[in-house]
Design a binder for this molecule. Structure first.
Ligand SMILES: [Zn+2]
Ligand SMILES: [Zn+2]
Length: 111
């Protein structure tokens, strides 16, 4: 196959030109049909550029979703960290100490 870019004769089935590395065989990203031109697939009609644009847009959306999940997990962790000391064992200790202090204060005042 002659390279359309530099004219070098390449063996059939070679995907890239051995001289200038231009793409000689384009593989459809959707149906994997191989053809000598890029752009649009002869078999399924998929637009290669559009396919990759859509592919990367989906990937970005996926990454954005993961980032959002991460941010939500962090927010939840902070929320938990803020509420646990008052509802867990430390919260109980705090409650008991306050009760004791109140009792002492009441006793002290009633003397
Ligand atoms: Zn070439
Ligand atoms: Zn195709």
């Amino acid at each position: 196959m002659d390279c359309p870019k530099c004219g070098t004769a390449n063996a059939d089935g070679v995907q890239f030109c051995t001289n200038c590395h231009a793409t000689l065989i384009f593989k459809c990203p959707k149906c994997e049909h191989k053809e000598a031109h890029g752009g649009r697939c002869d078999v399924c009609g998929e637009d290669f550029a559009f396919f990759w644009a859509r592919h990367f847009a989906e990937k970005n959306a996926e990454e954005a979703r993961i980032e959002k999940d991460k941010a939500e997990a962090e927010a939840n962790a902070v929320r938990t960290a803020l509420t646990v000391p008052f509802s867990g064992p430390a919260g109980w200790a705090f409650f008991l100490i306050t009760q004791a202090l109140n009792r002492i204060a009441t006793w002290y005042r009633s003397r």
